[in-house]
Design a protein around this ligand. Structure first.
Ligand SMILES: [Zn+2]
Length: 257
């Protein structure tokens, strides 16, 4: 990723880690990232407060982040620590930003079918200038993600897989150049999901100690070669993991894959 206006000549996938926290974090932003793509930045999940989160990641990393560069959001699921920033994001792009066009919201069909239930009480008021009632499509372009079928997002190849969580949730594979990033999404430990993610060069895997999340001890049972590719996210505040190859990510960290 280009820092401080430098030109970027990296091939592969570049990830800026914007949040590492879990749903109860009083310290960190929700687990999320930005991926540099040929046609802009791709957001992985959208926790609140999203604008402060991007400012903080830019300050720590030295990578400038402009929300107008983000025309694609990959939404893994609807838990608030992954989706509470959608209201701010949608309002900002519709009423504050001078950039035209709606950001694309990529999610499983069953997630897209319910996202407006979450947003409508805050966003379905009269549409500026028309007096009508707003819909999801006034703010975002809904883009259903079909598991097993790759799709282009801002010039990168993305695929998704449903995994086991308390609500419909997807994991992601993002390919660019000769690099591949895997993002587990929130998930209880699922060997088939690990197998699917394992084609990647770097696997960002959630790790928590609550119901419907993956425990460190479960990941530690994996082969050494696989553990060497895993980076941990979504850890509870203050969690200490044993030293080893599965290093926790930090907010503002840039990963080149
Ligand atoms: Zn969740």
């Amino acid at each position: 990723m280009a820092r401080g206006g430098d030109s970027c000549d990296d091939s592969g996938v570049q990830l800026l880690v914007t949040g590492i926290g879990d749903a109860f974090s009083a310290v960190h932003f929700g687990s999320s990232g930005l991926v540099e793509a040929p046609e802009g930045l791709i957001a992985i999940d959208c926790p609140g407060p999203v604008l402060a989160m991007y400012r903080s990641a830019a300050e720590v990393s030295g990578v400038p982040v402009d929300i107008d560069q983000i025309d694609d959001i990959l939404l893994t699921h609807l838990h608030g620590d992954h989706s509470n920033g959608l209201e701010t994001f949608g309002f900002f792009r519709r009423y504050i930003s001078e950039k035209s066009g709606r950001p694309r919201l990529h999610a499983l069909p069953e997630v897209l079918a319910r996202v407006w239930e979450k947003l409508a009480p805050a966003m379905d008021g009269a549409t500026k200038g028309t007096g009508g009632t707003s819909t999801l499509e006034d703010y975002f372009e809904p883009c259903p993600m079909t598991p097993g079928r790759g799709f282009d997002v801002a010039g990168l190849d993305v695929s998704c897989r449903r995994t086991r969580h308390s609500v419909p949730t997807a994991g992601l594979l993002i390919r660019g150049g000769d690099g591949c990033l895997a993002w587990s999404g929130d998930s209880e430990f699922e060997q088939a999901h690990i197998d699917w993610l394992s084609v990647a060069d770097c696997i960002v895997h959630e790790c928590g100690d609550h119901f419907k999340h993956t425990r460190w001890t479960e990941l530690d049972m994996l082969p050494a070669g696989l553990k060497a590719k895993i980076r941990l996210i979504h850890l509870p505040d203050g969690a200490e993991v044993p030293s080893g190859p599965m290093r926790p990510l930090k907010q503002g960290e840039v990963i080149s894959i």
